[in-house]
Write a protein that binds this ligand. Sequence first.
Ligand code: KG4
Ligand code: ZN
Length: 344
Amino acid sequence: MTRILAIESSCDETAAAVVEGLPPRVISSVISSQIDLHKAYGGVYPEVASRAHTERILPVIEEALSKARTTMAKIDAIAVTYGPGLIGALLIGVNTAKALSYSLGKPLIPVNHLEGHIFANFIEHPNAPFPIVALTVAGGHTTLALLHDTKRIKVLGQTLDDAAGEAFDKVAKLLCLTYPGGPEIERLAKRGNPDAFRFPRPMIDDASLDFSFAGLKTAVLYQVRELKRIDTKTKTDLCASFQQAALEVLVRKTIRAAKKHQARSLFLGGGVSANQKLRSMMRKAVAQDLPDAFLSVPPLALVTDNAAMIGVAALYRYAQGRPGNWRRVRVDPNASLGRNDRLG
Ligand code: KG4
Ligand code: ZN
């Protein structure tokens, strides 16, 4: 059975995991979050992230191996996120992985971070029927993708400007909430009225499957400027109304993509899919509009950044006979989905 050590360092989480087999099994998954380091800056400070990754990466790898009760000698291959992400952060994971691969003579499998978010769904649902439409909503990306099998991923649509998570983080910042903004907005939105403010739902009825969140963020900004004083009730209403607008777009477009491509499964992934309201709206929409489709919503620990998802994507690549050579692995901060065939 193939056993892989996976490393993830694309943003503000230093993570390592041991995974094995097909169907994939997670043996250990260790995540060292840097959120507390970045809070003071109101967002991820790239240089601080790189330094923290440098300090933490080896202890995190050691912990993942020890929790899995294994050693490098029993690992068949190493997997690492090569992009997209912050270049300085990615370099720490990729160079650590290259050093391990070179010194131990083990294959190195480069994995696209977004592909990892999609493949996290196969951990609990390895037999989800194809075709699959996957919505990946993270801090830097909002992507709808189509899978006819595990080999090829086709991008159906993506954001033309801000990512959904980025919009949550920016709206949170202008409401003076702490970083990361998504969970804070969700917390306040629970007490607010989603109909209090009518914010735009950008591109919701557009024929394309692309997204745009910059206009929605700006609409919240103008509303905030217009309000002379923002008391707690108004703040919760702003959060609820913004969240409702953003989530309606995500759900409506995902359903449209699934109908158009006759999807038999829908996958969710990325930090924003930790949002309980998004999960419940998506469940409701699938039950109503696509009652025969299967909806996969991974547990919270698998939707935000982790290395288990990178390892799982690598297990499929390895099984397809694409083990990868460290010499050919390159960091690509702007890597997009579906183009990673040229690597590894
Ligand atoms: O996937 P992720 O951990 O990292 C990236 O690949 O970007 O996603 C982080 C993003 C952040 O923008 C954060 O605000 C958002 O996910 N997020 C949420 C929630 N939890 C995290 N957004 C909305 N609601 C949440 N509960
Ligand atoms: Zn991510």
